[in-house]
Each structure stands twice: as C-alpha cells, then as structure tokens.
Design a protein around this ligand. Structure first.
Ligand code: TPP
Length: 318
C-alpha cells in the first residue's frame, strides 16, 4: 500500500475501532472504562507511524490507536479489552494497563504521567547501550501538571536522552479546563526550563504531527536529546463513556468537529487525484471487516480460568 493510503487506512481503523468500543460499552459488553480518542486520530497515527519496532512507546488511557499503529493485531487488542484469555495480559486487566514489549509498547500505570520517568529509563538504556532507538511518551495537558513530568523532563534534559515527549492538549482534564490547570497557554514553553526544544503543532493535522515528531525522533536518534511536542487537539466525546461532558459549550464541540482530522486528510487525498467517494467507501468496508473480525474473535475467545489470576505475580525462584 502506498504511504498516504496506509496512513488513511490507520486513521479510519482507529476511528472505527473506537466507535465500535463506544457502541459496545453502551451495550454493556465491555468490562471496564472506555476513554475515547475520537477526534485525536491524527496525532496518534502521525506520532507512531514512522517509528521502528524497537522504539518504545508509552501510551496513556486515550491512546488506544497507538497500539494498532505500532503493529498490535486488532484481534488481540479487542480480546484484551473484553478481558479474554487471548488478550495481551490473558484477561488479568483492562486495556488500560497492558503493553507488549515485543512490539515496543509499554503498558500505562493508573497514576497519570507515571510512565514518563519509565520512558526516560528506557531512553537511558538506549543511550548506555548505544542503541539507535527512541522512547516516545504520551500524556495529556492535565497530566503535565504532575511532579513526575518535571522530574522526567529534567532528567531527560540533563542526560540528553533519546526521548520524545508528546503532550496531547485537548484542553480538558476530565471536566477541568486548561485555564484552571495552568497559568500558561502552551505546555511546550516548559521545555526551555529543561534545556531542550518545545514545539506546538496542530494535533488535527496529520502532516504537521508527522513533521514535528519525525524531526524530534531523528534528532533523538542522532544523539541530540529530548524534545517536547505539544499537539493541540480536542476529544469529541466526554472524558469516558460515562461522562456526558456537560461542562463544554455545544458550539465549541461543533467548531472542533469541523476540524475533523480525517476529513482534512481526505481533502489532501482528493487533491492528489484519488476518487474520494470510492476511497471512503472501500476503506470504510475494509476497516469495518477488520473490526467485525476482531469482535468475533474476542467474543469467541475463552475467559481466563480463575486460578490463572495468581500466575505471573512473582518471579519464579531460580
Ligand atoms: C495522579 C492521577 N490523578 C488523577 C487521576 C484521574 N484521572 C484519570 S484521567 C484524568 C484526566 C486527565 O486529563 P489529561 O491528562 O489532560 O488527559 P485527557 O484525559 O484529557 O486525555 C484524571 C483526572 C489519575 N489517574 N491519576
């Protein structure tokens, strides 16, 4: 598949997957929370698409799409979300905390931003072993107020670590608006205090994200050190499926929906000469089939046996 079409496929796959999860949540089929990233697809696809398998990503609760773009089988992801034995953690927890190191995906911790210092640890290992890989750590603007973010960025700056910090600024941390989260406009400004560059870009513009992240990854790989990239975006849904998001103005949501990152990319594809209605239909059918198959696979997968919950808790004595 040529690159723009593959990017389009991922944008549509992430949206279809999350859309389906939202419906399944309302049908009572999902044991756990669903934190939709609808509207934020470009920043996820744009950040993860160009990475190597050995690069490690540290996604958070709204970054389900990152798993798909990093190469996780949609069947396995759906099985994980439904708590089945065939999921990454064999049914031991929800999507939120699972990772898969073979694919360079580190599972999130419940404590927001607790993975940023871990990303620095991974980056330090790359640096010490002279491996040409990069750690990419995602977090929201709400999480950016936590102390661990300061500690991680300070350490990354001092050690010139190959890490890229990606702040998904969607202007709300649950119901708290950005104006009550911080006294500055751009989280990226904080990078200066740690001795590295901070850039702001539109998280709804796939190419803008790809350029910023691509440059930062290249810089980190070449030994230049960390970069902070702030992607301005918006989550169309509430914080989670149980949040009706009444704290936002309808007009604000409509404005951001009109900045749909996928429609924007479709416009690009049309300008490139693609038959857009045909492409929309064909890609839609393709991603629907992938998600249908994932749901079927997950629903038909076995539940874990009770006693298995005790496995893997302690290291096996040598
Ligand atoms: C340390 C900590 N405080 C609070 C929470 C509860 N919590 C989970 S997500 C969230 C909002 C996070 O907002 P932000 O970081 O902006 O990311 P977004 O959800 O907007 O993507 C909160 C308050 C938590 N998980 N960890």
């Amino acid at each position: 598949m040529d690159k723009p079409l593959e990017l389009y496929y991922y944008l549509r796959l992430v949206r279809e997957f999350e859309d389906r999860l939202s419906k399944m949540h309302h049908q009572g089929k999902i044991p756990g929370g669903v934190y939709s990233g609808l509207g934020q697809e470009a920043l996820i696809v744009g950040s993860v698409y160009g990475l190597k398998k050995e690069d490690i990503i540290f996604p958070l609760h709204r970054d389900l799409g990152a798993f798909l773009v990093k190469g996780l089988d949609p069947n396995t992801l759906m099985a994980q979300i439904l708590g089945k034995k065939t999921g990454m953690s064999g049914g031991r927890d929800s999507f939120l905390h699972a990772g898969l190191l073979e694919l360079g995906i580190f599972g999130a911790s419940s404590m927001l931003a607790a993975t940023l210092p871990v990303a620095c640890g991974a980056a330090l290992k790359f640096k010490m072993k002279k491996e040409p890989y990069v750690a990419v750590s995602f977090f929201g603007e709400g999480a950016s107020s936590r102390g661990e973010v300061h500690e991680a960025m300070n350490f990354a700056g001092v050690q010139r670590l190959p890490v890229v910090f990606i702040c998904e600024n969607n202007f709300y941390a649950f119901s708290t608006p950005q104006s009550l989260e911080m006294a500055i406009e751009d989280v990226a400004d904080r990078a200066a205090g740690y001795g590295f560059k901070g850039h702001v870009c539109s998280g709804n513009d796939l190419f803008a994200v790809m350029h910023e992240v691509g440059d930062a990854v290249e810089f980190a790989r070449a030994g230049g050190g960390p970069t902070l990239i702030e992607c301005k975006t918006y989550r169309w849904s509430g914080h989670s499926e149980h949040d009706p998001a009444k704290y936002r103005e309808k007009e604000e949501l409509i404005e951001w929906e009109s900045r749909d990152p996928i429609q924007r990319f479709e416009f690009y594809l049309q300008k490139k000469g693609h038959d857009l209605p045909k492409l929309i239909e064909e890609t839609g059918a393709k991603v629907k089939a992938v998600v249908d198959e994932a749901v079927k696979y997950a629903e038909n997968s076995p539940e874990p046996e009770g006693p298995e919950a005790m496995e893997g808790l302690y290291a096996t004595p040598v």
